[in-house]
Design a protein around this ligand. Structure first.
Ligand code: PNS
Length: 160
């Protein structure tokens, strides 16, 4: 039976850490749905459309990965799509508590939903979208932190 998993996140913007988790998931499962959160209570730096475009460019060579956006509860979205497995990256112990809470809450909301964690690549353990935004907006070099094909677009937006 073919297995679809979901990689949810804010992706504001996509980093090499995200791409590492998505790429590894794409090798383990038949289909990976990367789901960009449309959060109406928080204004992201990159619009939903921009985040989707950056992700599409970043995963361009992965045929079994698709990018979507979702609003509301992830557990409900998974139910609607018939997806029963969430894949998330764990960077450090500091991620664990929050991710653990979300995994349990998601399972309470949708008992069929499992969460699988992949350990972040050693080079990505410190990396986050907020760090990329801060370093770049202050003139720092982010070429080691974001996919090369979207580097210039991210810089152009953050240094506006
Ligand atoms: O990249 P992020 O910001 O760590 O991703 C967090 C995300 C989008 C996976 C999480 O905030 C989420 O699933 N939000 C949707 C709303 C929801 O389901 N909230 C309850 C989670 S227990």
């Amino acid at each position: 039976m073919s297995k679809t998993v979901i990689c949810p996140g804010s992706f504001d913007p996509v980093t090499l850490g995200h791409l590492d988790i998505i790429t590894r998931a794409s090798k383990m499962f038949d289909r990976v749905v990367v789901a960009v959160l449309v959060n109406s209570s928080k204004t992201p730096t990159f619009s939903t459309q921009e985040r989707i475009e950056l992700l599409n460019a970043a995963v361009g060579d992965l045929p079994n990965v698709e990018i979507v956006s979702f609003e509301g509860l992830l557990a409900e979205y998974c139910k609607t799509c018939g997806i029963s497995t969430i894949v998330k990256g764990l960077r450090a112990v500091s991620d664990f508590e929050y991710e653990f809470q979300m995994a349990i809450a998601n399972k309470k909301l949708n008992p069929g939903l499992e969460t699988i964690f992949l350990t972040a690549d050693a080079d990505s353990t410190f990396l986050s979208s907020s760090m990329v935004r801060e370093i770049c907006s202050m003139g720092g070099d982010i070429s080691n932190f974001v996919p090369a094909c979207v580097h210039d677009r991210i810089v152009a937006k953050l240094r506006k």
